[in-house]
Structure formats: C-alpha cells, structure tokens
Design a protein around this ligand. Structure first.
Ligand SMILES: *[C@@H]1O[C@H](CO)[C@@H](O)[C@H](O)[C@H]1NC(C)=O
Ligand SMILES: *[C@@H]1O[C@H](CO)[C@@H](O)[C@H](O)[C@H]1NC(C)=O
Ligand SMILES: *[C@@H]1O[C@H](CO)[C@@H](O)[C@H](O)[C@H]1NC(C)=O
Ligand SMILES: *[C@@H]1O[C@H](CO)[C@@H](O)[C@H](O)[C@H]1NC(C)=O
Ligand SMILES: *[C@@H]1O[C@H](CO)[C@@H](O)[C@H](O)[C@H]1NC(C)=O
Length: 406
C-alpha cells in the first residue's frame, strides 16, 4: 500500500514537472524539435515551413527558456527564412545538431532578401551545437546572372546578448555571418570554410555593433576572415586562425564620402597563414570620420602577403601610394608581437593620405622576415606619424626614439 502511495506521488510530481516545462512557469526549459513540426530532414523536401512553425512555438513560449532542436543525422533543406523576435521567452536557444542546407540552384531560391537565414530582434539568443550550415554557394560564385543578388548565409540583426558557438558554416553564396545593430555578442569555436577563390565570402562581418568578442575559431575563406565596418566599437578578437583569406580588416570605410567610425578593436594571438593581407585597415578617399584605438598583438605570420597594411587610398589602386586627397583619420593604432614570414618583399605598408594622414601609429617587438629563403623584406610608409621600436623591417616614416612612452 505504502509503495503504491509513493508511486502515485512520484507520478503526480513527474506530471507536474512535465506540464510546467511545457507551459512555462518561468523556470523550466521547453524543447521543440523541428521533426515534431513536420520537418522531414531528407535534404530534398523543403523544411522551411516546419522551421517557421517550430520557431513560432519557441519564441512564443512563456517566460521560460525554450529550445529549438535541429536534430543530428538529418539534413534540412531551407529556403531563405526569417526567425524573428521579439520573443516571449527570456532565453531562446537554437541547438543545431544536424545539417541545414540552402537550395544549391540559385534559380530555385524563392526570396531575394540578401540573406538566407535571418535572426531578427531576438534578445539573449543562444545558438550552438556541433551541426553544420551549408550555403551550397558554388553556383553563385561563377558570376553568371542570377535572379537574386548573392545572399549572406546567416545574419543576426538587433540580437543583443547573442551567443554563437560550436557551429560549422560552409560555402556561403556571399559572407558567412553578418552581425548588425547588436550590442554584446560572444562568438566562439566556429569553423568557417569556403574556397580561397570564392568571391566575397567574408567570414564574419560586423557593423553598427558594440562589445563583440570572437575567439577560438578557424576561418578559411575567399575574402576577409573578419571585417569590421561602420559603427563597430569595442571588439575583441582572440585565438583566430585565418587562412586562406584576406586577413582581419577594419573597413572598408568611407565610400561615397560617407561618415564612418570604428573605435576600440583588440586583435590578439591570431595567425595569418597564406592570406593576401594580415592586419588591415582600409579607407576610401574622400570619406569622413575616424578609425582609432586599434591594437594588433601577438600575431603569427605564415607566408602572409601584406602582413601589416593601412591603405587610406583604397579606391586608388594602381596609382602611387601618396595621395593628396583626404580620408578618414586613422590614429592610435598599435602593432606588437608580429612574428613570422611575409610572402611579399613589402611586408609593411602604411599608405596614408596627405590629410589628415595617420597619427600615433606605434610598432614594437615585431620581426617579419621573407618566406623566400635569402630574400629581404622592407616597409613602405607615407604620411604617418608615430614610433617604431624593435621592429624588423625598419619603418622609415616612424620615429625610432625609444624614449617615447608606449
Ligand atoms: C577586450 O579585452 C580587453 C583586454 O583583455 C578587456 O579589458 C575588455 O573587457 C574586453 N572587451 C570585451 C568586449 O570583451
Ligand atoms: C556610420 O555610423 C555612425 C555612427 O553609428 C552613423 O552616425 C553614420 O550615419 C554611419 N554612416 C553611414 C554611412 O551609415
Ligand atoms: C593562441 O592561439 C592558439 C590557437 O590559435 C592556442 O593554441 C594558444 O593556446 C593561444 N595562446 C594564448 C596565449 O592564448
Ligand atoms: C598553413 O596552411 C597550409 C595550407 O593550408 C597548411 O598545410 C599548413 O599546415 C598551415 N601551417 C600552419 C602552421 O598552420
Ligand atoms: C597613442 O596610442 C596609444 C595606443 O592607443 C595610446 O595609449 C596613447 O595614449 C596615444 N598617444 C597619444 C599622444 O594620443
């Protein structure tokens, strides 16, 4: 009799826990599997509607945290979709264990919004898992006419307190990930991978966002590994392996005479292996605004071209580095602890415009040699002021006065 009573009590408790999970008392975690909303996961049938329904359930879930599960062992074919907030739940979670793929043929894309998977206005979003997001971009890359512009694979727009980790992204038609209008984001343990010759496949593009950390990730691609665009402030980039790719770039900024600003970027313990640029700042002639407080520190170079480059004449290629026109002001930029090899003889390029030029450029403790045995490397420098200490090659336009405070 006692045993039966115990059993009944346990049973009732269990039911209550289960119900509270589903109806959200503010404490439980509700789980929504896309398979329960009609997703097939055979890589052939379109699972977009099932994803939207499942997302609706997650986002509308009481106060509790709610998880969208994209299960392992399945491949979900998705058209361009918007997973949008604001959500009822305080803590929406997208767990990617399986694979998501875009339609491989650009002509069957049903929407031309510039993005494939869009996350919009979702606060505190956590997206993680060991799954894969494959943009199947190869048909977009050959320059043939398509009905849509090449879309970015995944965007997060106005997603404050974003956490993104663990995922693999492959072969986007355009950039892999774009973060825009977001305050506070944490990105870690990502693998981004597109061929070296795929056009515009930036790894992570960030604009109009503050307090973003990106660390412990491997980015191999056909364009910038990371690009920091207008309105991007307080960014930490740590332990990133970049290559192939076009380096970690501030810019391009100030096109069409625009006012643009980037401030407070720290790039630490990153490597550039076989990249066309390393630490890059690029601004257009005629732009207004500033780039300041940028620090590249402890950077490993493996046959990188242009390991250190500031180009204030980004649209003046083919012309001389010296240009009389104005650009954004570039100031308070520090390069320290660069070590390794350059694939170009010109390892350091500081190409600043005559006005306002580049101010307070600091270099210390850098040693860059040629990747070709027996060759020398050199630095080219125009219209820059600052100091260079304990740096090889010598940077001619910077002062080597070691009494200057760092
Ligand atoms: C970036 O790193 C610096 C130095 O380690 C630290 O003080 C700062 O809080 C970090 N900022 C962010 C947004 O992580
Ligand atoms: C760049 O960002 C700044 C500050 O957020 C803003 O005032 C300006 O309008 C932006 N410029 C462009 C071209 O969007
Ligand atoms: C630097 O990054 C590499 C991986 O790219 C990592 O193995 C190493 O522990 C990092 N070092 C520091 C000091 O963070
Ligand atoms: C650099 O990249 C090449 C080609 O992908 C690779 O074989 C090599 O192991 C990489 N070197 C380092 C030190 O990671
Ligand atoms: C030069 O830049 C460094 C690093 O950003 C900064 O600490 C220092 O205060 C700047 N110096 C001047 C004179 O602005």
């Amino acid at each position: 009799m006692k045993n039966i009573q115990k059993f009944v009590i346990r049973f009732i408790v269990l039911i209550c826990i289960t119900l509270s999970n589903y109806f959200g008392t503010g404490h439980g975690e509700a789980v929504f599997n896309v398979l329960d909303y009609g997703a097939v996961g055979d890589g052939i049938q379109d699972d977009s509607q099932a994803f939207l329904k499942a997302w609706g359930a997650v986002c509308g879930q009481g106060e509790s945290s709610a998880t969208l599960v994209i299960p392992a062992g399945k491949t979900f074919l998705l058209q361009p979709i918007d997973l949008a907030g604001p959500c009822q739940t305080n803590s929406p979670h997208v767990q990617v264990l399986g694979k998501m793929v875009a339609p491989a043929d650009p002509n069957v894309w049903e929407k031309c919004g510039g993005f494939w998977l869009s996350f919009l206005s979702i606060q505190n979003l956590i997206m993680d898992g060991s799954g894969e997001i494959d943009g199947q971009g190869s048909s977009w890359w050959n320059g043939k006419q398509t009905k849509c512009q090449r879309p970015i694979a995944v965007q997060f727009n106005k997603c404050n307190n974003l956490q993104l980790s663990g995922l693999t992204l492959l072969n986007p038609p355009n950039a892999h990930i774009q973060i825009f209008g977001t305050n506070s984001a944490y990105l870690a343990n990502l693998h981004l991978n597109a061929p070296e010759d795929s056009p515009n496949t930036d790894g992570i593009k960030i604009g109009a966002s503050t307090y973003v950390q990106i660390h412990d990730s491997v980015i191999a691609t056909g364009d910038d590994c990371i690009a920091l665009l207008n309105g991007t402030n307080y960014i930490n980039i740590t332990n990133i392996a970049c290559g192939p790719g076009h380096g970690i770039s501030v810019g391009s900024l100030g096109g069409n005479g625009d006012y643009s600003v980037v401030e407070g970027v720290r790039v630490y313990n990153c490597s550039f292996n076989g990249t066309t640029n390393g630490a890059r700042i690029k601004t257009y002639q005629g732009g207004r605004g500033y780039v300041r407080k940028i620090h590249f520190d402890k950077i490993t170079l493996i046959a990188a071209q242009n390991p250190i480059i500031i180009d204030q004449n980004y649209n003046a290629h083919g012309n001389s580095n010296i240009n009389q026109e104005t650009s954004l002001e570039v100031s308070d930029v520090t390069y320290s602890g660069f070590e390794g090899t350059s694939a170009d003889e010109q390892a350091i390029t500081i190409a600043c415009s005559a006005s306002p030029g580049c101010l307070n450029i600091t270099m210390y403790g850098n040693k860059i040699t040629s990747s070709a045995p027996g060759k020398d490397v050199f630095a080219s420098c125009n219209n820059a002021k600052g100091t260079s200490i304990d740096t090889v090659p010598i940077v001619p336009c910077l002062s080597s006065n070691s009494n200057v405070q760092l």
